[in-house]
Write a protein that binds this ligand. Sequence first.
Ligand SMILES: Nc1nc2c(ncn2[C@@H]2O[C@H](COP(=O)(O)OP(=O)(O)OP(=O)(O)O)[C@@H](O)[C@H]2O)c(=O)[nH]1
Ligand SMILES: [Mg+2]
Length: 440
Amino acid sequence: METDQRTSLSVRRENAILVGVELRDRSVDHDAVDSLRELQALAESAGAIVKEIILQRRPRLDPKFYIGKGKVEELAGLIEQFEADVIIFDDDLSPAQLREIEEVCKCKVLDRSELILDIFASRARTHEAGLQVELAQLEYTAPRLRGMWTHLERIAGAGGGTGVGAVGGIGTRGPGERQIEIDRRIVNRRVTMLKRQIAAIDRRKIQQVRARHEHFNISLVGYTNAGKSTLMNALTDAGVHVEDRLFATLDTKTRRWNLGGADYALLSDTVGFIRRLPHHLVASFRATLEEAIHANLLLHVVDASSPTAARQYTAVTGVLKELGCGDHKTLVVLNKIDAVRDQTELQILQRKLPDALAISAHNGMGLPELIGRVREEVTGQPCKATIRLNNADGRAIAFVEKHAEVFDRRYKDHTVEMDVRIGSAILNRLRENHSAVVVQ
Ligand SMILES: Nc1nc2c(ncn2[C@@H]2O[C@H](COP(=O)(O)OP(=O)(O)OP(=O)(O)O)[C@@H](O)[C@H]2O)c(=O)[nH]1
Ligand SMILES: [Mg+2]
């Protein structure tokens, strides 16, 4: 079932017409032209061939046809002219709107969320990512199933015996009420099963992340294509996949990042964000984003060479808030500094984010400063302390010996007291995770 859906929503090698709407009362943050440009990048990342882009200015949305009946009829003409296979809307449409537009245009209609879901589906390489995408897809498309099938039924009923094929590659399937019911039952059963499997992965993932608690965990977060994976490769020997297309990374990878001396952190690469990321995706990718949720520090990578860098920054902070990590300690890095053409834009960005570090993951610019800053976070200000530990807690003693300079040690009953010079942040981690008592 789910495979049929995915095939039906795929836009690979299909001719596409993109449609966006600019409303007069849209929030100032929404720029329809810019958003359409991003939709084009998404469509092309999904393999579509963009034939035409339409921006319609309207006072308000049409509840039935979204862009108005006249405009939909105009669209139907363009579909013939460009031999288009699919229309992609830059906003999310209701199942009823999708159906109405499909009926007039006689061609496949996708909305922004469905397109993003399709990209994720084609990128999922691991079992875990596959399950997460499939759940998000089914949950998003399930309410639309009825619309899709009744639509097919109507076309077939109107004398189009081959109507199913006529709407463009939506696998052959016996239409009819019974089929709809069967499909819905299959979808519901599958959703329940996927949720169960994902919950099990979630539990495992939380355990894994907790097990790493004694280390300093850093998560790379940022807009898709900002250069997170490139930075991960520049800082560690991760060898993760890098590509100039949207959503190249769907899985997290964690590697040791040596910061000099005995200091190190664990660095994780994560899935990229985008404006108006479908909620179902954020929900299903919670396990993958668990790294970011439990990180001691977030490295927010911004593509400073993008003309929409400031908006991308805001979109990412929005998703982080949604995930409950809006208050996490964050270090912003302005990446791709080598490719910045508009220095004025960069200065505006730097004024907005005065603590951000300018770097290039490509040529290594700014990376020594980044390492220095992160090292400060990992170790904290050096201070003198006396620590009392249980004599039998070999792990804690080894931890202190590794991260601190030990001046003196005194053994009393079952404990050992050590006078040390240690970073304040390391001292805090010791307090949280070991049976240590800081005497002074
Ligand atoms: N000029 C320049 N290009 C960069 C730099 N860092 C990354 N890139 C390029 O930007 C593109 C995206 O890089 P990735 O590292 O895949 O980006 P990402 O943030 O991991 O993207 P997703 O996994 O899709 O979210 C690639 O073509 C990189 O070569 C940089 O510092 N300078
Ligand atoms: Mg990546």
